[in-house]
Design a protein around this ligand. Structure first.
Ligand code: NDP
Length: 328
């Protein structure tokens, strides 16, 4: 079995040399444990933070140890009373082809939706759901702006707001993603941030202003959103991906006095604090997915040896929808 270890810590943008692919023996599962053959693993932006040796809301990855992250797979041996050989499970022992882990650390899921449990029905999906409905407190008639709109979290946040009848504006990198956001995901409009002049572009597509900003990006997106907000607007600060590879801090939003004058709320959140909403989320979003109310896009890279490439690509926008690695 193969796994990927953290070989060195990146400075700035990670490179393939920060990762190491090694061959390991697959141990037998002990009491209460299961052996899982992983079929898909997730690469997620938060993993960039875990490559740094700094204290954060999740501990750093250890050097010369397998990396970790969401994965789905099939149980191939079980010493757990509740899991049988052949069950499909989701768990946190990704970046490896076979995982031995406690049955309690696995959640049984429907086999036909396996990869969705790493995206729209998993952690990124719950992030979109609670970020929009609970953190930004979506209200009737809000005009909603979502950055990272073609990605895993942003694509669902925007589509949920559309299902609720809101006007929704997206931002994404490049004309193809902008077309995807409008034509496939059904946003009312989208801007291509690579063209620059975010304030001007926002004014053009949202002439009445915005009430909610779902921020996946930070930096100039955040500043432009504040500048275009109506009074009592709300910002759910989900992630700041424009800064994850930065070696020095870019200038922050320079218009904080507008936050004061317009009585804007800016609220950061971490999805793991919102587990109490997991049942509501799964009920609503799995129904929307099964009914075809939500368009689900995945970008799939084949083979564990290409997992670093998938992760580096994610940070550069190589994905449309959820970025996944399929393990053969
Ligand atoms: P995505 O699927 O959105 O993939 C990342 C995307 O970020 C890329 O596709 C790229 O899209 C975009 N991007 C990269 N660099 C920049 C940049 N400089 N400016 C603007 N966009 C950029 O990832 P996720 O949906 O998994 O995550 C989205 C955000 O949500 C991240 O910030 C992540 O950290 C955060 N998050 C937060 C959680 C929480 O609990 N608070 C939980 C999960 C995710 P493009 O081509 O459009 O540039």
């Amino acid at each position: 079995s193969r796994e990927i270890q953290l070989a060195s810590r990146p400075v700035g943008e990670p490179t393939p040399e920060n990762f190491r692919l090694i061959e390991v023996e697959v141990p037998d599962p002990g009491p209460g444990e299961v052996l899982v053959r992983n079929t898909f693993m997730s690469v997620d932006p938060y993993m960039r933070g875990r490559m740094n040796d700094v204290k954060s809301y999740v501990p750093p990855f250890a050097l010369d140890e397998p990396m970790q992250g969401g994965a789905v797979g099939e149980v191939v041996a079980s010493n757990d009373d509740e899991l049988a050989v052949g069950d499909t499970v989701v768990h946190m022992s990704g970046w490896r082809e076979y995982a031995v882990l406690h049955g309690k650390a696995c959640k049984k899921i429907p086999a036909d939706l396996a990869s969705a449990y790493l995206g729209v029905l998993g952690m990124p999906g719950l992030t979109a759901y609670v970020g929009l409905l609970d953190v930004a407190e979506l209200r009737d008639d809000d005009i909603v702006f979502v950055s990272g709109a073609a990605g895993a979290v942003g694509s669902l946040a925007g589509q949920i707001a559309k299902l609720r009848g809101h006007t929704v504006i997206g931002s994404a990198g490049g004309p193809e993603k902008v077309a995807h956001v409008v034509d496939d995901l059904g946003f009312d409009a989208a801007i291509d941030y690579r063209r620059g002049d975010l304030p001007g572009q926002l004014r053009d597509v949202a002439p009445k202003g915005i009430d909610v900003y779902f921020d996946n990006v930070g930096g100039d997106h955040l500043e432009a959103a504040i500048g275009h907000m109506r009074p009592h607007g709300r910002i759910a600060l989900c992630g700041l991906i424009s800064m994850y590879n930065a070696t020095e801090l870019p200038p922050g939003p320079n218009n904080m006095m507008q936050v004061v004058g317009r009585r804007i709320t800016i609220r950061g959140f971490i999805v793991t604090d919102h587990a109490a909403r997991a049942a509501d989320f799964e009920r609503d979003v799995s129904a929307w997915v099964r009914n075809g109310d939500i368009v689900v896009r995945e970008t799939v890279v084949e083979g564990i040896e290409r997992a670093p490439e998938a992760f580096l690509g994610l940070l550069r926008g190589a994905n449309t929808g959820k970025m996944l690695v399929r393990l053969s």
